[in-house]
Design a protein around this ligand. Structure first.
Ligand code: BES
Ligand code: ZN
Ligand code: ZN
Length: 489
């Protein structure tokens, strides 16, 4: 449970107190905490430098079994992400020590040039997300998440921000939902299972769900989606989630790539590129979790999600390089490479959503290209849009949530790289270079005049080494980002 409480150190009783310490400035408003920090800094081995750590046991000043002091480094280096990380790190330390609760001392925001609301939000996020463990598949569950995450603020802040814990918890629960979907192995999230799991979660909220199965997709000519799933034993699905609160004025459509496993198809990926391809549905996970979260938070915006869900496998019946398919839009596409499957399922979903819902704005999110990871590395998503304002909104939201996004261009003259000798378009570029851009340009052929943005999360959707507030596996990238974007739109 996440809780914000008014500081009263005489009354407080806790198993573990955590005090983040600034190296070169006194940052607490409470005299007792300041004196504890002073005592810690008198020790030779603790200065408050980044990654410094020291513990006091049974201190006389407060009724805590232990106090863990964690160094933040110099004041000029402290920002909201540093605070998110320090709380995540503290929670992970407590989990390792098999503790069950933590009480954070929260610095006085003005002492570090911050806004109290944003500071509390960042610290709570780091703690909540750092407390998530994906251990469903471990028989011997060695660690347990903490039961209580408590935050100490001044009496005024505690009243003023009393609604914050539940809001942070909702957004983090959404992120964790996406993480769990992504980390689930492909043998347990075949398209029907993944679709069913999304539907079960969505139906608990005020979300209207519809499901198009293979029959409906065939009847309505979703040729691109069908071409990708041909090689798999699993039938394709298109899940539509509609959240329509009464007060809403705007309609936003989100589309998420849902490839439950990307083997590459006939253009089979080599060993080394296959092992993590359970994560190729991260876009769909982010969209579904965002809409569920928006419903829980009662955001006043119409949100409609489209999740094309398929498995990309080779077989005697799989699509071949050179095949030509007819997409939902009517445009024909030559399949140059069966591993460029994401853009195929996306174009059918995008065309359908634009035709059916005529949204003001459409944003798609996908683990689309290895080229985007080459360009921006594993931690930063690529953003593509013809609309400067929408691109800016996404990038600013990313700065706020630290789900970093960087805009890449959509040059008109690169479109010729997608020409096919036989069909209207080819699904791969004739050039080796700029693959994230040409993939986006391919999508752009299907958005007509809708205000559109594409977010390529091939890098940040998944991590192989844990960080301060995320374990190995799905990161849930996109959920906090979208929740913030929606507030800005
Ligand atoms: N799912 C992959 C992209 C990907 C790569 C995601 C690495 C996460 C990590 C996508 O379907 C793909 O295979 N793209 C190809 C496109 C190419 C064939 C034009 C790629 O990036 O190599
Ligand atoms: Zn692929
Ligand atoms: Zn893929």
């Amino acid at each position: 449970m996440l809780q914000l409480q008014a500081i009263d150190l005489k009354e407080v009783k806790t198993e573990t107190m955590v005090i983040p310490v600034c190296e070169d400035k006194e940052i607490y408003g409470s005299r007792i905490i300041s004196s504890l920090v002073k005592k810690a800094k008198e020790l030779k081995d603790f200065k408050g430098e980044k990654d410094d750590e020291i513990s006091f046991y049974h201190p006389s000043e407060v009724k805590a079994d232990r106090i863990i002091f964690l160094g933040l480094g110099k004041e000029e280096k402290i920002n909201y992400e540093v605070m998110r990380k320090i709380s995540g790190k503290a929670v992970k330390k407590c989990i390792k020590k098999k503790l069950s609760e933590v009480l954070f001392a929260v610095p006085s925001a003005k002492n570090i040039n911050m806004d109290m609301y944003l500071l509390l939000e960042a610290m709570m996020e780091g703690a909540y997300l750092g407390n998530h463990l994906f251990d469903k598949y471990k028989t011997d569950k060695k660690s347990k998440p903490l039961k209580n995450l408590n935050f100490l603020a001044g009496p005024e802040a505690a009243v003023k921000f009393s609604g914050l814990p539940s809001q942070v918890a909702s957004i983090c629960e959404g992120t964790i939902l996406a993480r769990e979907w992504v980390s689930t192995p492909s043998n347990d999230k075949k398209p029907d299972q993944f679709a069913e799991s999304i539907i079960t979660s969505a139906e608990k909220e005020k979300i209207n769900v519809s499901l198009l199965g293979e029959k409906e997709l065939e009847e309505e000519n979703f040729g691109a989606i069908l071409s990708v799933s041909r090689g798999s034993q699993c039938k394709p699905k298109l899940v539509i989630l509609e959240y329509r609160p009464d007060a809403a004025k705007k309609t936003i459509v989100l589309v998420g790539k849902g490839v439950t496993f990307d083997s590459g198809g006939i253009n089979l990926k080599p060993a080394g590129s296959l092992e993590d391809m359970k994560m190729d549905m991260s876009g769909a996970a982010a969209v579904a979790a965002t809409i569920i979260t928006a419903a829980r938070l009662k955001l006043e915006i119409n949100l409609i999600g489209a999740l094309p869900i398929v498995e990309n496998m080779p077989s005697g019946d799989a699509s071949r390089p050179g095949d030509i398919i007819k997409s939902y839009s009517g445009k024909t596409v030559e399949i140059g490479n069966t591993d460029a499957e994401g853009r195929l399922i996306l174009i059918d979903a995008i065309s359908y959503m634009i035709k059916k819902y005529k949204p003001q704005t459409l944003i798609d999110i996908a683990t689309l290209t290895g080229a985007c990871v080459v360009a921006l590395g594993e931690k930063i998503a690529g953003v593509f849009s013809f609309d400067d304002q929408l691109a800016q909104t996404i990038i600013q939201a990313g700065e706020k949530t630290y789900e970093r996004c960087w805009r890449l261009p959509l040059p008109d003259d690169y479109k010729e790289l997608l020409k096919s000798d036989f069909a209207d378009l080819k699904n791969v570029s004739s050039s080796r270079w700029g693959g994230a851009i040409t993939a986006s340009l391919f999508l752009s052929e299907f958005v007509n005049d809708t205000t559109w943005a594409h977010i390529d999360i091939a890098g940040p959707a998944y991590i192989k080494k844990e960080n301060e507030y995320c374990g190995v596996g799905g990161t849930g990238f996109g959920v906090r980002l979208f929740c913030d974007i929606l507030k800005r739109l």
